[in-house]
Design a protein around this ligand. Structure first.
Ligand SMILES: [Zn+2]
Length: 272
């Protein structure tokens, strides 16, 4: 068992950077939208967040393409959907806008709100970071894995090193077998969706329903256990997991004397 390699079929760090940037862009825009004259910015925040995602997803690893698409946002928010100023990307990719455009809070070029947006969009650090966002690797699968890991390693229970390791391995096998499942369809072949109301978004969102999970890895494991039982070269009770040298706890500084800690507590809270 210890010779097996357990690799998660999922994410890398690049999209964490993208998510971090999405978060930082959203946070900055929220702050700016609180300033007088910049209130209209707040209507644009969800779209701008989605736009950053779309730029990364559609740039095919090309930084110039990603940057042009990102900067095009400054035109679109002003109801300008074609321009000549960019190198690669000269018009929006969306379909022609419908007639009810009057409901959109378009910004005016040169207004306080637009200038504030320009400051965030053209932030030097963000534009530099975009080099690392072109590969569009996302951490969605990793988050799903961490959620599912709790099924195998509940946080409220304590496990031995071997137990914890085996439980992680089972979670990884479960994850790898089920990652990338297809969207489920009805008998007529229509794609299945469900509606959910996430607390954070505070609105109904459409969610794909996927085909059921499978657990073939359990069957394979049981077969391997039987094979091992019949293998005369394997001795009962022999350890197959190398146990590394583990510290007794995760503390990064030396444990203080309890009397000193109590004295310190008394002093801080002025207890007699
Ligand atoms: Zn547009």
């Amino acid at each position: 068992m210890s010779r097996w390699k357990f690799l998660l079929r999922c994410a890398t760090v690049d999209m964490e950077l993208k998510s971090a940037n999405q978060h930082s862009v959203t946070k900055k825009l929220r702050e700016k939208s609180k300033k007088e004259g910049c209130e209209d910015l707040r209507f644009w925040i969800p779209s701008i967040k989605n736009h950053l995602w779309w730029c990364c997803a559609s740039c095919n690893g090309d930084y110039a393409d990603l940057k042009d698409k990102w900067l095009s946002l400054l035109q679109h928010v002003c109801n300008i959907h074609e321009w000549a100023s960019a190198d690669k990307f000269h018009k929006c990719s969306h379909n022609p806008l419908l007639e009810d455009m009057h409901e959109i809070e378009w910004l005016t070029p040169g207004s306080d709100a637009h200038d504030a947006l320009r400051g965030v969009v053209m932030n030097t650090k963000l534009l530099k970071d975009m080099h690392k966002m072109t590969l569009f690797k996302h951490t969605g699968s990793l988050q799903v894995f961490h959620g599912m890991l709790l099924k195998y390693c509940p946080k409220r229970e304590r496990f031995s090193y071997e137990g914890m390791r085996a439980r992680h391995q089972l979670a990884i096998m479960d994850h790898n077998e089920n990652v990338g499942r297809q969207q489920a369809t009805t008998e007529e072949g229509t794609l299945r969706f469900g509606l959910a109301f996430p607390k954070r978004k505070k609105q109904w969102v459409l969610k794909k329903i996927y085909v059921d999970k499978t657990f073939e890895f359990r069957k394979r494991l049981m077969e391997m256990v039987c094979d091992r039982r019949e293998d005369s070269a394997i001795v009962l009770g022999q350890r197959y997991v190398d146990r590394p040298d583990l510290p007794t706890n995760i503390a990064s500084s030396e444990k203080p004397e309890k009397e000193d800690a109590i004295e310190d507590f008394r002093t801080r809270f002025l207890l007699s």
